[in-house]
Design a protein around this ligand. Structure first.
Ligand SMILES: [Zn+2]
Length: 143
C-alpha cells in the first residue's frame, strides 16, 4: 500500500483524537498497517472499531490485515473547507471493502480524476506532521 508524504503541507490536516475503541486502530494506521477487528466467533469484520460485534454480540476479536482493496460506493465533493488542511474543493469517497460487502470506509480521494461508481480503489497512507509530530491518515486512490 502506498505511503504519500504530506509532511511538507503548509497547513496540515487535523490530527485524529483516538478514544478507547479507536486507539488501537489509529496506532496501526500510524504504523501504515491496514488492519481491522475481526470477530473471533462469526468472523465479521468490524469498522469503526468497537468492543462488541454488531452481528453476534461477541466481545472477542483479533486485529487482522486486509487487502486494502475496495470499490467506490459513493462520494461527495466538498466545496466548503470545513477544517484546516482541506483545500476546497476536496473529495471524500466511501469505499466498499472487498473483504466484506456490508462494510464501507470513508477516506479522502487521491486522484485528479473523479471517482466512478464501482471503480476499483486501494487504500493509501498519508503521512502528515503537525506541531505534535507525525501522524497518518487514510486516502482512497484508483488501482
Ligand atoms: Zn461476531
Amino acid at each position: 500500500m502506498a505511503v504519500v508524504d504530506r509532511s511538507a503541507d503548509q497547513v496540515p490536516k487535523p490530527r485524529p483524537y483516538p478514544e478507547r475503541d479507536s486507539a488501537p486502530w489509529w496506532e496501526r494506521v500510524n504504523q501504515h498497517r491496514f488492519e481491522l477487528q475481526r470477530c473471533d466467533r462469526c468472523e465479521a469484520w468490524r469498522w469503526p472499531p468497537r468492543a462488541m460485534c454488531g452481528r453476534c454480540a461477541s466481545f472477542e476479536f483479533t486485529w487482522v490485515p486486509l487487502s486494502g482493496r475496495a470499490t467506490v460506493e459513493s462520494w461527495v465533493v466538498n466545496h466548503h473547507a470545513f477544517l484546516p488542511g482541506f483545500a476546497s474543493p476536496y473529495t471524500v469517497v466511501l469505499g466498499r471493502l472487498n473483504e466484506q460487502d456490508d462494510l464501507c470506509l470513508p477516506a479522502t480521494w487521491q486522484s485528479d480524476a473523479d471517482p466512478t461508481p464501482g471503480q476499483s480503489i486501494q487504500i493509501a497512507f498519508e503521512a502528515h506532521t503537525d506541531d505534535d509530530g507525525p501522524f497518518t491518515l487514510l486516502a482512497w486512490r484508483p488501482t
